[in-house]
Design a protein around this ligand. Sequence first.
Ligand code: LER
Ligand code: MN
Length: 277
Amino acid sequence: MSNDIKFSYNTLVYAGEHIKQGIKRIAGFGYDAAEFVGEPETMDAQYIRSLLEQHQLEASSICAIYTTERDLVSSKPEVRRNAVRYLKQCVDFAKTIGAKGISVTPTANMKIHAEADRDTELRWAAEGIKEAGLYAGAHGIRLTVEPWNRYETYLINRVEQSFELVNEINLPNVGVMGDTYHMNIEEIDIVEAFRSVGSKLYYVHFADSNRAAPGKGHIDFKSIAQVLVDIQYEGYISMELLPPFADPFSGVRCEEYYDEYTKESIDYLKALFASIA
Ligand code: LER
Ligand code: MN
């Protein structure tokens, strides 16, 4: 088995608690890293860095939040520019806390209608991600293009679409990301989708079919773990578990996603990868 995969937990789900609690919990249960929401203007990067050092935890990635004011394919040029500016701020934030990457999806979250024709929007997406990607690359940070399911975006829903955009952008620090929750809705075959990306797979989110901890739904994680080993994936698997509400940023507090799912998930992941030859 590969020893190069590291495990992370996305603090996005820890609604309503101080970040120091989340970092302490994630470190305490034995993860390698934590993932952080990208709100550089309201989060204290130096403080997070000092907490990470104290708990000997890495920062895997920044979970960037795309809104109607930060939309890489808005028909309004100032909104597209603001999305690129936001991404550059996330790069600075990532650099300070030591995060290796930032997730990118080129529409506002839950925007399900296009504002221009597909080719134009894909061109805007490529231009914006390229500009942010060049800035990120100069700081040693990766951008990972994450497909979302059809209820959260219409533009990049499947890994092959992310791969196509990434190839068009053609920067060494811009790669593909896969989230098993979205993939379970949109891919024909999750395993083959991961395999098709090979070394351009830069980041992975794990959640079961209902976005709960692995084992609480019906995704076959053994075959997914196997393909990640087969393609020699060397990045993080970050648990992105969210309560059963349509809006991923609802901020609803659900008790089981704190201690219970954080512990269950790392135990599950360690047993899963140990079981692979
Ligand atoms: C983020 O990683 C994600 O998967 C979306 O559903 C929410 O932004
Ligand atoms: Mn995700």
